[in-house]
Design a protein around this ligand. Structure first.
Ligand code: ACO
Length: 317
């Protein structure tokens, strides 16, 4: 049953964004040489043309470079950071966390910082933003570095044409601060644990593509409806929707069902494929670089993933 949540609005200021993708690429034409597929099949079914993949970098390296990109753009004083939160389901190790590695790589290991990872698969970045936002609004913390980072290529079975064409690697980062300004942020998170799993990322990725497709369209529709209803938003109040980039057809179908102009959705799946928890912060960073004066405008993030998990976030730029 869908619960309409009571209002719980936080004020969060977005200070900077950044992203990083590894230099190696794998195009549809490269995949044609590995499995029985074609550029035409992949592009028409998914909207993907190419993806970035790691050769020798780990998830923490991608996360670190995305963080450096965000820090560099704002010339941000790193001594302010007191939370590092990484959304990932492909961490370097079970433990330590990617967040702790990022702390060390940034040279902040002597600083008093809460560092941890969150795993909600492709919905992970929205879960992480919600946690960081609540921590900042507790007034105990001031600044959070929130990252989505994944190396899904390391778990991809390049013999399985039904999955290997979908995934790529990358990382995106956002720096958030607690603020007195009116910068409303709100979140809707949900999950439905399954006994018969429809997507598993273990040694290799396995999924029931058709089942995920149907779930995904409903999850996007429900999440956007709830976040808009809870915040009394109409389409014209929203500058853009940044969806998890899993399949162009899923986004187009959801836009149609919601009766929202597809041009409101920022889409970059063509270049990156599905980068799981990294897809929204990568897209958000690209989107932000296209804006002149976004101050006060509202954006919605929406995602779905393994678990099953799904959710949405509303942020004020
Ligand atoms: N190249 C050529 N043919 C292929 C390929 C390929 N890469 N993959 C599958 N096919 C074939 C199938 O074998 C099948 O052939 P058949 O009809 O002879 O049996 C045919 O194409 C159709 O297969 P479907 O699975 O029905 O194709 P569909 O149109 O459903 O597209 C896809 C498959 C792209 C995987 C789609 O179901 C999808 O995107 N699902 C959602 C996946 C997703 O978003 N996963 C991630 C969510 S969670 C996370 O992000 C970690």
């Amino acid at each position: 049953m869908v619960k309409m949540k009571r209002k719980n609005i936080n004020n969060i200021k977005i200070i900077s964004t950044g992203h990083y993708t590894p230099p190696g690429t794998l195009s549809n034409f490269d995949l044609e040489k590995i499995v029985d597929t074609s550029d035409e099949w992949i592009y028409s079914r998914t909207g993907i043309k190419s993806r970035h993949i790691v050769y020798d970098e780990k998830t923490s390296d991608l996360a670190y470079h995305a963080a450096r990109n965000a820090i560099g753009k704002a010339n941000y004083d790193m001594s302010k950071i007191d939370i590092i939160l990484v959304a990932t389901c492909t961490g370097d190790y079970n433990s330590p966390s990617v967040a702790c590695k990022v702390q060390a790589l940034l040279g902040l290991d002597r600083q008093d910082i809460a560092c941890f990872d969150v795993n909600a698969a492709c919905s992970g970045f929205i879960y992480a933003l919600c946690i960081a936002s609540q921590m900042l609004n507790s007034n105990r913390y001031f600044s959070a570095l929130v990252i989505g980072a994944e190396t899904l290529s390391l778990y991809t079975d390049y013999q399985d044409r039904s999955t290997c064409v979908l995934f790529g690697d990358g990382a995106g980062a956002v720096i958030l601060e607690n603020t007195e300004e009116h910068k409303a942020a709100d979140f809707y998170l949900s999950a439905k644990g399954e006994m018969d799993l429809s997507i598993v990322i273990n040694d290799k990725i396995w999924m029931d593509g058709r089942k995920i497709y149907q779930f995904a369209v409903k999850a996007i529709e429900q999440s956007i409806n709830i976040i808009m209803h809870n915040n009394e938003l109409i389409e014209s109040d929203i500058l853009a929707i940044i969806p998890h980039q899993a399949n162009l057809r899923i986004i187009e179908k959801a836009a149609q069902v919601l009766n929202i102009d597809i041009n409101k959705f920022y889409i970059n799946i063509e270049k990156y494929g599905n980068t799981s928890a990294a897809s929204i912060p990568i897209a958000f960073d690209e989107f932000m670089s296209t804006l002149y004066n976004p101050n006060g405008k509202k954006v919605i993030f929406v995602a779905f993933g393994a678990g099953l998990t799904w959710g949405a976030a509303m942020l004020t730029l």
